[in-house]
Design a protein around this ligand. Structure first.
Ligand SMILES: *Cc1c(COP(=O)(O)O)cnc(C)c1O
Length: 229
């Protein structure tokens, strides 16, 4: 089941990319395994899925320690200051930086671990009060303030747009994130300003996200089915 889903999703990614003139290789699939058992991670791994996303640290820790070290893990949940050490240790990328305090803390712990940690800044494009992420107009200040944090590699931006019933509803939000990333790359805010990562698109709207420039799509339900509560 998981294999069939993965194969189908990979072909949608490929066809969507080609359809809009992009190189399919530019787009990486993050398999969001949150609240799913480690057996499902290993089933996906057997079908060559190497990159996984988790948003609960406690739950992720067990799975990561039980999985082969060749797997790569992205943290996509809200980072709490008192958990920054564990996050820096377990993950290759933290996609959800939205304040300087947490960036500094992750930079400190990455330094202690003698590791370079890839990070994205999460932007609240829809300005939803209940959502994490920095407001678009404040992103520039945060990115500039992060420049001295040399144990972090600021790879790009991430967003979770307002929920819409149709994929098309997400398009303007994806366009807004892309536009912001181009502006900030113009100010050399990223680690590699010619290859800025954009993490956007989930099970319901990843095709639209690819058309608008996503380089990371985060899919849970479409791969693993409905999550247990
Ligand atoms: C759960 C989650 C996803 C995956 O959502 P699906 O709709 O199941 O694909 C993607 N990104 C974040 C940040 C999530 O929390």
């Amino acid at each position: 089941m998981i294999c069939t889903n993965l194969e189908q999703i990979r072909s949608v990614i490929r066809e969507t990319a080609i359809g809009c003139g992009r190189d399919p290789q530019e787009i990486k699939l993050v398999a969001v395994s949150k609240r799913m058992p480690v057996e499902m991670v290993s089933e996906a791994h057997q079908c060559d899925q190497m990159l996984f996303g988790e948003n609960y640290l406690q739950d992720a820790e067990k799975k990561i320690r039980l999985s082969p070290p060749s797997l790569r893990w992205h943290f996509i949940g809200h980072v709490q200051s008192n958990k920054a050490k564990m996050a820096a240790e377990l993950f290759q990328m933290i996609e959800t930086i939205d304040r300087l305090k947490i960036a500094r803390s992750l930079d400190h712990h990455a330094g202690v671990l003698q590791k370079k940690l890839d990070v994205l800044v999460q932007v609240n494009v829809g300005r939803e009060p209940q959502k994490s992420g920095i407001l678009p107009e404040d992103a520039g200040d945060l990115l500039r303030a992060m420049q001295p944090l040399t144990n972090l590699r600021l790879r790009g931006l991430m967003t979770m747009p307002p929920y819409g019933h149709e994929a098309e509803a997400s398009r303007p939000w994806f366009q807004a994130l892309k536009k912001l990333s181009v502006e900030l790359a113009g100010e050399n805010c990223f680690y590699d300003n010619k290859a800025v990562e954009l993490s956007m698109g989930m099970s319901g709207d990843f095709n639209v996200a690819i058309e608008e420039g996503a380089t990371l799509v985060r899919l849970g339900t479409a791969i693993f089915g409905e999550r247990p509560l």
